[in-house]
Ligand binder design. Structure first.
Ligand SMILES: [Zn+2]
Length: 83
């Protein structure tokens, strides 16, 4: 399994903090959501990962909303140097 290289952060309408750990190709390795002291797994996938601007879709485990957020490559938090 790939190691996460980037992290993308956003916020759900229910105020849960959404996070996606991404590999070097911006595919989602793991999604999670954090709200009021609880962290839950959140199914997530990235769309159009070959573009400079791409979308990440989360299914929020707290409110069941489907959240779609756009990200640019430059806006991603780098969590580990590329191997
Ligand atoms: Zn939510």
């Amino acid at each position: 399994m790939s190691e996460p290289i980037f992290a993308a952060h956003s916020r759900c309408e229910c105020q849960a903090s959404l996070r996606a750990d991404l590999d070097a190709q911006h595919a989602v390795l793991r999604g999670s959501a954090f709200l009021r002291g609880r962290r839950e797994l959140a199914p997530a996938q990235a769309i159009h990962v070959d573009d400079v601007r791409f979308d990440i879709h989360w299914a929020c485990p707290f409110c069941t909303r489907n959240i779609l957020r756009s990200f640019t490559t430059a806006a991603l938090q780098r969590v580990r140097p590329a191997a």
